[in-house]
Design a protein around this ligand. Structure first.
Ligand code: NAP
Ligand code: ZN
Ligand code: ZN
Length: 351
């Protein structure tokens, strides 16, 4: 297989700062599209991964990035869905087995086949090569794992929808956030701010639960109806038993039991945040009020397209801080300090 060399920002080893390197991209095969990357979002998962917080599988140097927005610049001979010039996105996976029940149902993120869902970076693809992510200028992806970005969403504000957007859209849709439903979003970061926008557009009554009131004005502007500080113990007393659905986006350890106390009987707490450590849950918190504790991971290809179209119709894009590639390490520190408003996006022209 022939390859092209392209620049990328990558971590040379676990915990090391990212630096500019070159990586190899395969020549587009029959069903592949070549995408010129315009923008790549910085997801907290990129940081967990390159810092080895989810385990170090030795796939270094590793270029992260799974919130990719760009333009198609070449297509394989068998490609039918995309043409040169199309505005497209790539999210957290670039392939899956295509044969298991989940893949057939369009839930490729939960692929149970031998291949599994092939992560956009740090995973072993069908060809045996380790995938490299979107902090780069080009990527080659099978057309079946590429999304169409509506014209109404600027590409820089669209990039974060490919992970942060779908990760909140999927549980909000699955647990039927909508008129008459009280929804809380825990953590106003990249995922959380998309959750506020999407839940509001779905018609739910939205509350943000943030560590402090620092982001209150932003939260209300993004579409929240209420905003509370979790550092204030009075919050947990005042809101007890109030929510149909809570989506926890926090990247660190929190007291899950305190949040379970905020659900109505029969309510659901969905974990989308993926902290390094296991979290403790008291059975009594669940059984005494028939609560559900659930998890949700990104979304499948059909639902990701549905989310992009929904965002296009509702004028939703991410609130971003556009950065140059050499600012990536600095941006990581600000994400870790909960100081991102609300997603860093790398201008790929600076890589
Ligand atoms: P982020 O931008 O860093 O946002 C996380 C937010 O959590 C922060 O802005 C902060 O909000 C809150 N937070 C951080 N540290 C906290 C602490 N010690 N105690 C309480 N709250 C804290 O991260 P993100 O990109 O949104 O990702 C969030 C998590 O979701 C990460 O663990 C990521 O790996 C995971 N993730 C999961 C999926 C999935 O499919 N399930 C997809 C993408 C990402 P406030 O300032 O408002 O308190
Ligand atoms: Zn992500
Ligand atoms: Zn599968």
């Amino acid at each position: 297989m022939t390859h092209t060399t392209v620049p990328a920002y990558a971590a040379p080893s676990a915990k090391a700062p990212l630096e500019r390197i070159t990586i190899q991209r395969r020549e587009p095969g029959e069903h592949d599209v070549l995408i010129e990357i315009k923008y790549a979002g910085i997801c907290h998962s990129d940081i967990h991964t390159v810092r080895g917080e989810w385990g170090d599988d030795g796939h270094f140097p590793l270029a992260p990035g799974h919130e990719i927005a760009g333009v198609v610049t070449a297509t394989g001979s068998g490609v039918t869905r995309y043409q040169v010039g199309d505005r497209v996105g790539v999210g957290c996976f670039v392939d899956s087995c295509r044969e298991c029940d989940n893949c057939k149902a369009g839930l490729q993120q939960y692929c149970t086949g031998e291949l599994g869902n092939v992560g956009t970076y740090g995973a072993t693809g069908r060809d045996g090569e380790i995938t490299q992510g979107g902090y780069s200028t080009h990527v080659v992806v099978d057309e079946n794992y590429v999304l169409r970005i509506p014209d109404s969403i600027p590409l820089d504000r669209a990039a974060p929808l490919l992970c942060a957007g779908i990760t909140l859209y999927s549980p909000l849709a699955h647990w039927q956030a909508g008129p008459g439903k009280k929804v809380a979003i825990v953590g106003l970061g990249g995922l959380g701010h998309m959750g506020v926008k999407i839940a509001h557009a779905m018609g739910a009554e939205v509350t943000v639960l943030s560590q402090s009131l620092r982001k209150q004005a932003d939260g209300l502007r993004l579409g929240a109806d209420h905003f509370y500080a979790t550092s204030d113990p009075a919050t947990f007393a005042e809101l007890a038993g109030g929510f149909d659905l809570i989506v926890n986006t926090v990247s660190a350890d929190v007291d899950i039991n305190a949040y379970l106390g905020l659900l109505k009987s029969g309510g659901t707490l969905v974990q989308v945040g993926a902290p390094e450590n296991p979290q403790q849950v008291a059975s009594f918190a669940l059984i005494t009020r028939r609560l559900s504790l659930a998890g949700s991971m990104i979304g499948g290809i059909p639902e990701t397209q549905e989310m992009l179209d929904f965002c296009g119709e509702h004028g939703i894009g991410a609130d971003i801080e556009l950065i140059r590639a050499e600012q990536i390490n600095e941006a990581y520190e600000r994400v870790l300090a909960s100081d991102v408003r609300y997603r860093f996006v790398i201008d790929a022209a600076t890589i």
